[in-house]
Ligand binder design. Structure first.
Ligand code: NAD
Ligand code: LMR
Length: 338
C-alpha cells in the first residue's frame, strides 16, 4: 500500500539487502496502538532492543509520522508503519510478539472498568487479526481494564481455535515496577536491587503486593505495610490525578512494557530462568485468570509458580482481590458471548 511508511531504505534490494530482510537473527514484533501515549515511547525503546529485527507500528492515526521519526534511529531493527484497519493484517503477518497498548486511558474520577465499553471492542478486533495472521505470536496485552480484556482475548482466540494459554499475557509489570520503587524508597535501597512479587490482577484491590516475599529479605512495620499496599494499589490513580485529564501513565508504562517484552523475547530465544509476574490463564487459584510469577521460555509461559506462603494480611487481601477479579473476568467473557 502506498500510504504506509516503509523504511527498509531505498537501497534495500542492493547493499541494504541484509538489513531490509530484518536479518536472520532477532524477532519480529508489532505494536498495536503505536502512535499513543504509551505506544510512542514503547516503539522508541523497542527500536533500541537488539533482540528485535523487525518492528511494525500499527495505529488508526499518525503512524506515518511516528514511523518516519523512529526509523531514523541508528539501531538494527527495520521499522514499518501501518495505518488503519485495512492495514491491520499486513502489520500482523509473521509476527513473533505483539504488544497491545491500543485504547482509551482514564481521566480523574474514572475506574479502569469505566474504559470497558470502548476498549473491549478494540481488543476484540485486534485479537481477531492476531488469530488470523499470527496465531502463534506471544501477545502482551496492556489495554485496560486488563482484568477483563485478557479474558476477552482468550475468548476470541478460543472461537478461532488458536487459543494457547502460554502465549497470552496481561501486562502487570507496571505494578511490580512501582512496588520495587516504593519499597526501595522505604528501605533506603537501590530500586534495581529490590524484587517485589505483585499478584492478582491490575486494578485497585486486585493488585496484591506480597510484601512478605520481598527480595532482599526484609521486614516492615504495620504502618509501612498499609502505606505501601495503598500506594502500590493506587499508583495508577496517582498518575491519572497528577496528569489532571491528560491521560494516565505512559512513560513508566512504556518502560515496564519493554522490561516485560524483553523478558518474553529472551524466553523465546531460549534463555533460562526468566521469571516475571503476569496476568495469565491460571490454576493458581480457582479463578480462570490470575497474575503471579511465571517462568518464560521458548513457548511463552512454561510454568506458573505457586503464590508461596502468605501472611494473614495477604490472605485477607487475596480474598478481596479474588472477589473483584471474578466479576471482571465474567464481564469479559459475557461481552464476547453476548
Ligand atoms: P492514548 O490514548 O495516548 O493512546 C492509545 C492509542 O490507541 C491511540 O494512538 C489511538 O489512536 C490508538 N487506538 C485506538 N483505537 C485503536 C484501534 N482500534 N486500533 C489500533 N489503535 C487504536 O492512551 P495510552 O495512554 O497510550 O493508554 C493506552 C491504554 O493502555 C489505555 O487503555 C490505558 O488504560 C492502558 N494502560 C495500561 C497499563 C497497564 O499497566 N496495563 C498502564 C498504563 C495504561
Ligand atoms: C496504570 O496502572 O497506570 C494504568 O493501569 C493506567 C490507569 O488507568 O491507572
Amino acid at each position: 500500500p502506498s500510504n504506509h511508511s516503509q523504511t527498509d531504505g531505498l537501497l534495500g534490494l542492493e547493499r541494504g539487502n541484509c538489513r531490509a530482510k530484518g536479518g536472520s537473527t532477532g524477532f519480529k514484533m508489532a505494536i498495536l496502538g503505536a502512535a499513543g501515549g504509551i505506544g510512542q515511547p514503547l516503539a522508541m525503546l523497542m527500536k533500541m532492543n537488539p533482540l528485535v529485527s523487525v518492528l511494525h507500528l500499527y495505529d488508526v492515526v499518525n503512524t506515518p509520522g511516528v514511523t518516519a521519526d523512529i526509523s531514523h534511529m541508528d539501531t538494527g531493527a527495520v521499522v514499518r508503519g501501518f495505518l488503519g484497519q485495512q492495514q491491520l493484517e499486513e502489520a500482523l503477518i509473521g509476527m513473533d510478539l505483539v504488544i497491545i497498548p491500543a485504547g482509551v486511558p482514564r481521566k480523574p474520577g474514572m475506574t479502569r472498568d469505566d474504559l470497558f465499553n470502548i476498549n473491549a471492542g478494540i481488543v476484540k478486533t485486534l485479537c481477531e487479526g492476531i488469530a488470523k495472521c499470527c496465531p502463534k505470536a506471544i501477545v502482551n496485552l496492556i489495554s485496560n481494564p486488563v482484568n477483563s480484556t485478557v479474558p476477552i482475548a482468550a475468548e476470541v482466540f478460543k472461537k478461532a481455535g488458536t487459543f494457547d494459554p502460554k502465549r497470552l499475557l496481561g501486562v502487570t509489570m507496571l505494578d511490580v515496577v512501582r512496588a520495587n520503587t516504593f519499597v526501595a524508597e522505604v528501605l533506603g535501597l537501590e530500586p534495581r536491587e529490590v524484587d517485589v512479587p505483585v499478584v492478582g490482577g491490575h486494578a485497585g484491590v486486585t493488585i496484591l503486593p506480597l510484601l512478605s516475599q520481598v527480595k532482599p529479605p526484609c521486614s516492615f512495620t504495620q504502618k509501612e505495610i498499609d502505606y505501601l499496599t495503598d500506594r502500590i494499589q493506587n499508583g495508577g490513580t496517582e498518575v491519572v490525578e497528577a496528569k489532571a485529564g491528560a491521560g494516565s501513565a505512559t512513560l513508566s508504562m512504556a518502560y515496564a512494557a519493554v522490561k516485560f517484552a524483553d523478558a518474553c523475547l529472551r524466553g523465546l530465544r531460549g534463555d533460562a530462568g526468566i521469571v516475571e509476574c503476569a496476568y495469565v490463564a491460571s490454576h493458581v487459584t480457582e479463578l480462570p485468570f490470575f497474575a503471579s510469577k511465571v517462568r518464560l521460555g521458548r513457548s511463552g509461559v512454561e510454568e506458573i509458580q505457586p503464590l508461596g506462603p502468605l501472611n494473614e494480611y495477604e490472605r485477607v487481601g487475596l480474598e478481596k482481590a479474588k472477589k473483584e477479579l471474578a466479576a471482571s473476568i465474567q464481564k469479559g467473557i459475557s461481552f464476547f458471548n453476548k
